[in-house]
Design a protein around this ligand. Structure first.
Ligand SMILES: [Zn+2]
Length: 419
C-alpha cells in the first residue's frame, strides 16, 4: 500500500482562486476545539502512558497550550496558560523522578533541555521571573555536554543541533534573550569540528557529515539537514556591512559547501534519500525527506541569497503537494500537519497565495472520510510530534500564517543576543 493518499484536490489557479477566502476560519477553530477537548480528556485517563518530553510527552502538550495562548483567535477558547502549567509541571515531575543523566541534560526534543525551555517560556508568560531564571539555569546544564567533543549525538532529537534550536527559540521568545552568542558559537564550533572529523573518517564527499546510531542520516530528525540549518542560524551569519560576522573563511566555506552538496542531491521529484550512502529509500516526512529538508534550503536562501535554494524549496513543496497526504496520521513529524507546515513556510517565503491554498487543502483533508477511515493512529496520538497536539499548532498557525513557524525551526526570526 502506498504511504500516502492520492491528492485529488485541484491545485491553485489564479483564475479560480484569486478572489476567494482561502482559510475557513470557523472550520479551523472548530477543529482546534475538537482536538484540544480530546487531548484534555485522553491525557488524564489512568490508561494514558505518561512521558515527559517535547517529542511525545507532556512538555509537548504544554508547548501546544502556550502556542494557543499566543493566538488572538484561540486564546480565549480554553484557560490555555493554566493547562500549559499543568502539563509542564507534570513533565517536570516525571523528569525529576528519573536518575540525573548528562545525556538527558542536553537532549532538547527528547529530554530535559526541552522541558526546561518550555517551562521558562510559560513562566515568562505568567510573569514569574524567578521561575524563568531557574528554568534557564536548568536549560544551561546541557551546555557542558554540548561543548565536549566526546558526546556522540549531533542531531535534533537528543544532540547538539536540538540544543541549539532550543537556545535560538529561547532568544526568539524571551525578551531577555538569555543564551549568549559566545556560548552558541562555542557549541557551533564543536559541531563543525565533529562534522569535519567524521567526514574525513568516512571519506564523505562533503566537508561536514554526521552519524547517528551508525547511520549517515540526511533528514531533519536525525540527520544532516537540520544540523546545517542550526549552523546557518548561528551568530556567525549575522551580516554586517555585507560581510559575514566574525567567522574564519574555512569554517564558513565548509558550512556553505556542505549546504551546496546537500542541495545538489535533491532528485527530479524534489525529494532526498534518507541516508548519504547506500540509500534509495525515500520518504516525504519532516523526519526523513523533503518536508524537513525544506527548512535548511529556506534558511540558505535567506542567508546566502542564492536563488538555487529557493528553487529547491519550490521543488520540495511541489513534491509534498503530490505525495504529502500521509497515511501515518495528523502529526507534524510524519503526518499531514508536517506537510502542511511546509506550505506555510513557502507562503511566508514567497507571499504566493498558492501555498496558503495548499496548506488549507491539507487542513480540509483532516476531516475527510478518506483520512478518518484510512489513516493510522500513531503510537502517541495526542503528542506534539506524532499526534494531534502538533496538528493544533499547525491549525493555530494557519489562522495567522504571516507569523507561522514549524516548532523550534523559525527561519525568519532574529534570535541573537546583542552582546
Ligand atoms: Zn517522523
Amino acid at each position: 500500500m502506498s504511504r500516502f493518499f492520492e491528492n485529488l484536490f485541484e491545485d491553485y489557479s489564479d483564475s479560480k482562486h484569486a478572489d476567494t477566502e482561502l482559510i475557513d476560519k470557523d472550520k479551523v477553530i472548530q477543529l482546534v476545539k475538537n482536538y484540544v477537548q480530546t487531548i484534555l480528556v485522553e491525557t488524564k485517563k489512568n490508561t494514558y502512558k505518561l512521558r515527559d518530553d517535547l517529542y511525545v510527552g507532556d512538555a509537548g502538550i504544554a508547548f501546544m497550550f502556550w502556542k494557543l495562548s499566543q493566538s488572538s483567535d484561540l486564546k480565549d477558547l480554553f484557560p490555555c496558560l493554566e493547562h500549559a502549567s499543568f502539563f509542564i509541571n507534570r513533565a517536570k515531575q516525571i523528569a525529576h523522578g528519573k536518575a540525573s543523566d548528562s545525556r538527558a541534560s542536553i537532549a532538547f526534543l527528547c529530554g530535559n533541555a526541552g522541558i526546561a525551555a518550555v517551562s521558562a517560556v510559560i513562566s515568562n508568560e505568567l510573569g514569574k521571573s524567578e521561575e524563568v531564571s531557574r528554568s534557564v539555569v536548568d536549560f544551561q546544564k546541557g551546555l557542558k555536554v554540548c561543548k565536549s567533543m566526546s558526546y556522540d549525538a549531533d542531531e535534533i532529537l537528543v544532540g547538539r543541533a536540538g540544543y541549539l534550536s532550543g537556545a535560538y527559540w529561547l532568544n526568539q521568545v524571551l525578551p531577555t534573550k538569555p543564551i549568549h552568542n559566545e556560548l552558541i558559537k562555542d557549541v557551533c564550533s564543536v559541531l563543525v569540528a565533529r562534522g569535519r572529523e567524521y567526514s574525513i573518517k568516512r571519506k564523505a564527499p562533503l566537508p561536514l557529515m554526521y552519524e547517528y546510531h551508525e547511520s549517515d542520516y540526511l533528514g531533519a530528525a536525525h540527520g544532516l539537514c537540520s544540523i546545517l540549518h542550526m549552523l546557518l542560524e548561528s551568530p556567525w551569519f549575522i551580516q554586517s556591512d555585507g560581510k559575514f560576522n566574525n567567522i574564519s573563511k574555512t569554517k564558513l566555506g565548509d558550512i556553505k559547501k556542505s549546504v551546496e552538496y546537500f542541495a545538489d542531491i535533491q532528485d527530479a521529484d524534489g525529494n532526498f534519500p534518507t541516508r548519504l550512502f547506500n540509500s534509495d529509500k525515500k520518504l516525504i516526512h519532516w523526519c526523513h525527506g523533503c518536508s524537513g529538508a525544506i527548512y535548511v534550503l529556506a534558511k540558505a536562501f535567506l542567508i546566502l541569497k542564492d536563488e538555487r535554494y529557493l528553487k529547491g524549496c519550490k521543488k520540495c513543496a511541489d513534491s509534498i503537494w503530490r505525495h504529502g497526504l500521509l497515511r501515518k496520521g495528523p502529526g507534524i513529524c510524519h503526518g499531514i500537519a508536517g506537510s502542511g507546515y511546509a506550505f506555510l513556510l513557502m507562503y511566508r517565503l514567497t507571499g504566493e497565495r498558492k501555498y496558503l491554498y495548499r496548506a488549507a487543502k491539507f487542513m480540509e483533508f483532516l476531516t475527510s472520510d478518506t483520512f478518518l477511515d484510512g489513516a493510522r493512529t500513531p503510537d502517541r496520538p495526542y503528542s506534539l510530534y506524532e499526534g494531534c497536539a502538533g496538528t493544533v499548532c499547525f491549525l493555530a498557525d494557519l489562522l495567522n500564517p504571516q507569523a507561522s513557524y514549524f516548532p523550534f525551526m523559525d527561519v525568519f526570526s532574529v534570535k541573537h543576543n546583542s552582546e
